[in-house]
Write a protein that binds this ligand. Structure first.
Ligand SMILES: C[S@@+](CC[C@H](N)C(=O)[O-])C[C@H]1O[C@@H](n2cnc3c(N)ncnc32)[C@H](O)[C@@H]1O
Length: 254
């Protein structure tokens, strides 16, 4: 894991990350900084990592007419749930940089994003704040459908989602880190370059917690060839496949 330094102590305090040092002798340290374009991490090779909804790929994707026919949309099945006339609710329990959550919001879901890593959470919170303040009303509406919480999803899904008086989410979405993606960490700018910050693994218990919380379905994103996540309910996935990715769909146990 690289050393992370923060641009200034004030920024660290403001982000609730007072433990980050403002300087280091480590020439491979990564810098968490804010500039006119928002909060970002600069890797030691100069690559900028941020979450972004106003510009770039996520913003463009939300406008694509083909969004509803893409594999993630088919796996989530939001359109079918909308036919009941109720607001579709989804918990993205491994939010990362929010790319998939943004797509779910663009498909019409009300999305609660759970992220345990403080730096990833800070990048995502910044992107959401910029999207809410954006002049484009479509972007604003999507950002207002997204609610970010810094937490370990396993605890939140089992206990912390507000108790019995709060309705269970219809959908829970999981995209845990997968070790094989680590090999590409240097060449990627997005969430995959965060593998150095967010160690893969400890997804133990995540699918069970999701199955307990969801009222309709759990969808798990996996690289092609990866084994399904383990669960103790004995439910088997029904996959939606794309060339490099598989979305394992599980019906929530009654
Ligand atoms: C592969 S990334 C998700 C990428 C995301 N789907 C996107 O579109 O940007 C996995 C993220 O899940 C987070 N994560 C993993 N386990 C978690 C847990 N138990 N609770 C909350 N967040 C978790 C990691 O910190 C990481 O940011």
């Amino acid at each position: 894991m690289p050393t992370i330094i923060v641009q200034s102590r004030e920024l660290g305090d403001e982000l609730g990350l007072p433990e980050l040092p403002a300087s280091s002798d480590d020439t491979h340290a990564w810098l968490l900084f804010r500039d006119a374009a928002g909060l970002a991490l600069r890797r030691d090779d100069g690559v900028r990592i941020n979450a972004e909804f106003v510009q770039g790929r996520s913003a463009a994707r939300a406008r694509e007419a083909s969004l509803a026919s893409q594999p993630l949309a088919r796996a989530l099945g939001i359109a079918r749930l909308q036919a009941t006339g109720r607001q579709v609710t989804l918990v993205d329990a491994t939010a990362g940089l929010g790319v998939d959550a943004w797509q779910a919001a663009a498909l019409g879901a009300d999305v609660t994003l759970l992220e345990q890593n403080p730096i990833v959470h800070a990048l995502l919170a910044d992107a959401l704040a910029r999207a809410r303040a954006c002049r484009d009303s479509r972007v604003q509406v999507l950002a207002q459908r997204m609610h970010l919480i810094r937490t370990d999803a396993r605890a939140w899904l089992r206990h912390g989602s507000g108790g019995a008086s709060v309705p269970r989410p219809q959908l829970v979405y999981l995209d845990p880190m997968y070790p094989a993606q680590r090999r590409r960490a240097r060449s990627r700018k997005g969430i995959e370059s965060l593998h150095a910050l967010v160690p893969p693994g400890d997804d133990e218990g995540l699918l069970d917690a999701a199955l307990l919380a969801a009222s309709v379905r759990v969808v798990v994103k996996r690289p092609v060839g990866a084994p399904p996540l383990a669960n103790t309910f004995g439910v088997n996935p029904d996959p939606v496949r794309a060339p490099n990715t598989r979305w394992d769909r599980y019906l929530a146990p009654k």
